[in-house]
Design a protein around this ligand. Sequence first.
Ligand SMILES: *Cc1c(COP(=O)(O)O)cnc(C)c1O
Length: 379
Amino acid sequence: MMNSQAQDIISVPFIDLRFEEGFEERVQKRWQESLLSKSFIGGIAAKELENKILDFTKAKHFVPCANGTDAIQLALRSIGIEPKDNVLIPDFTFWATYEAVVNVGANPIMIDVNFTDFQMDFDLFIKAVEKYKPKAAVLVHLYGWCSERLQDFRDYCNKHEIYLVEDAAQAIGTYYENKSLFEKAFIATISFYPAKVLGAAGDAGGIFTSNEEIARLCRQLSNHGRSTHYGHEYVGWNSRMDELQAHFLSESLDHLESRINSRRKSEQKYVEFCEKNKDSLTVNMCTSPSNITNNGYLQVSLAKTSFSELSNKLLKRGIKTGNVYPNPISSQKGTLDKSLLITNNKIAEYLSKKIINLPLFPYMKDEEISYVCECLKEA
Ligand SMILES: *Cc1c(COP(=O)(O)O)cnc(C)c1O
């Protein structure tokens, strides 16, 4: 017989990929078609995905590629970033943003984030533009939302002829002032890493742009700089998306709205619980700025103690949490000496030790959320 205490304890994963009924079978059917037709690269699935994703995001052009890091590199190459160019990036992001800039030979300059939205700070950004005269900036839309001042970034870059690349790896389904982020972006990139909001069954990524010429260039660069099958106009590389990934993503897109709604609902439940129990909780929950509708990619809370203390307590109750950016970029071991900062980036440093990401993924059960909430009260 099971003892009653053990029965009480459930475990909640940080992230679990839960699919809709029949989803796997429909994917298998699509994959079977590829196997039979032996269409693995450049077939109908990639084209279908392109059309579907343009419809979902309201973007003008979409170029599929191999992963989200390549997508940023293709974007930087397509706008003509060359060795020695300065490129501004936030100091608080996933490492890939930094890698992409370094991999095209440019100098990354890290800008601190702010306390309002945890995204690159606009005033510091302007200071850095004046000091470093960058050719481009990569603005990262972190946590499934984006900067409250996205429009200011876009307007300023437009006026000062700085290319603005938006790293929207986490931001499909995010709305800025009631519009899809991708609708007005000059160039935005996405990752389909399985744990992202739209995940593949492996690695994949893509570039969105409003500019036809940029789209053509990205397409060529991602396919060995080809202009014809044996004609190479540029030195690119192979960053094509294969048909199996395109099929999986296309099938997933049919359920994306439902997955995002489910994420948002769970996040809302956390927030409501937090409001009711404000004083007895060990965290402050953070939400996206009011001019943004987030996609529920990550739950973001500030631990009243620290991430490590709280996460250990929750782990003892079977709850896995995340601190997905435990260091600012500028304090990673792999940061090159030449990387530049405009301030001492105190906020990125502070947030990296305080933020705790609670379990959040599509189709979480109510019991799972209430269990996490109860444990938060006791932690
Ligand atoms: C996931 C992610 C990437 C990299 O995507 P990959 O597909 O893993 O290469 C880049 N930037 C941000 C902000 C991300 O979250």
